[in-house]
Design a protein around this ligand. Structure first.
Ligand code: UT7
Length: 332
């Protein structure tokens, strides 16, 4: 029995925030943002929408495209760093309630931008062990709720959104998730951090006055580590599975920065047409970025059933990972 990627869905929030809009908010320019990141636009949730609302919309699409009844989903894993509530209930439980699914395993995971690949690994283990049959994994973020719109070094980078997938079973290797690798190094915990609001610096007026509830990033240091780590990680998963870039139909990386994707893509000799790029339109949507990119490629008609996807990701923790996954959605 193999685990299989049975469907994809996504939700793009309604409000567009362009680089020109950001020029009105902080000391930045369309030219700087495009040149350094490749980002042109991002979408933001409304004030009324929380992460579970975005997740719910993506999950509905993924369940419908899987051809399963919602009652057949027996676990929900939500990867997010912007949960509806600080401690509890988990966003996965809130989404389960919105979907009308009861009495199943539901929990959140915190692996920042790597959350979707981490979730994929857990879902694969659930399914291959026989513990669960159909697992809904979601990457959903309302990044605008933790972005400091007075800090030009971070606020130009992030957007909101959600993506979801159903992981089920198959007995055919050509329909399977071939491999997933996840890793971390806590030594670099301060490279991407929201310092305030947790048990170390609980919420207080002082925390708020110092903007410690917002995301902080050592951008340049993170950039260098991301390129080196991802190149090694992707090379390793290909070699381990006896594959080369020629065997991959689409390289679908985490969409943080065009320059990171380009550097890794070049080192691995991927031709341009195999590299999936959505960063210009959505910015960095953290755990949602990979499933949103898969969904874009599927909806544009490029990603077909049977295609072999190579995913890679890098984010706060630091965490990273890669995956070799056949796209096995049978219905639309
Ligand atoms: O998703 C999780 C993982 N995240 C990442 O992988 C992100 C990795 N990092 C990056 O993508 C890039 O490092 C950034 C896009 C964040 C920054 O690009 P950079 O080329 O590394 O720029 P930098 O941080 O070295 O800053 C260069 C200059 C600085 O000015 P000085 O000190 O040289 O005078 C910054 O103050 O650019 C300045 N700067 C800006 N200028 C205009 C920083 N942000 C902005 C801005 N607009 N928004």
């Amino acid at each position: 029995m193999y685990a299989s990627f049975k469907s994809i869905g996504a939700y793009i929030p309604p409000k567009s925030l362009t680089n020109k809009d950001l020029e009105e908010i902080v000391d930045t320019s369309d030219e700087w943002i495009k040149q350094r990141t490749g980002i042109e636009n991002r979408f933001l949730a409304t004030d009324e929408q929380s992460t579970s609302d975005l997740a719910y919309e993506a999950a509905k699409v993924a369940i419908e495209r899987s051809g399963l009844k919602k009652e057949e989903i027996d676990a929900i894993i939500c990867a997010t760093i912007t949960p509806d509530y600080f401690c509890m209930p988990s966003t996965a439980c809130v989404v389960a309630d919105k979907l009308g699914i009861k009495n199943i395993t539901a929990f959140d995971i915190s692996a920042a931008c790597s959350g979707f690949v981490y979730g994929l690994n857990i879902a694969r283990a659930f399914v291959e062990s026989g513990l669960k049959r159909n697992v809904l994994i979601i990457g959903a973020e309302k990044m605008s709720s933790i972005v400091d719109y007075t800090d030009r070094t971070t606020c130009v980078l992030f957007g909101d959104g959600a993506g979801a997938a159903v992981i089920g079973t198959t007995d055919k290797k050509e329909e399977a998730i071939l491999d997933v690798h996840t890793s971390s190094d806590g030594e670099y915990q301060d490279f991407l951090i929201t310092p305030g609001g947790g048990s170390k610096y609980p919420c207080s007026q002082d925390v708020i006055d110092k903007h410690m509830q917002y995301l902080k990033m050592k951008g340049n240091e993170t950039f260098k580590l991301a390129v080196n780590t991802l190149t090694k990680d992707v090379t390793r998963i290909l070699e381990k599975n006896g594959l080369t870039s020629d065997d991959i139909d689409y390289f679908i990386p985490h969409q943080a920065n065009f320059r990171i994707i380009d550097a890794v893509g070049r080192k691995l000799k991927f031709p341009e047409e195999k590299i999936v790029l959505t960063v210009a339109r959505y910015g960095n949507t953290s755990a949602a970025s990979i499933p949103m990119a898969i969904n874009d490629w599927y909806e544009s008609g490029k990603l077909k059933t049977g295609d072999l996807m190579l995913l890679d990701t890098f984010g706060g923790g630091l965490t990273w990972g890669s995956a070799l996954v056949h796209f096995n959605q049978k219905s639309s």
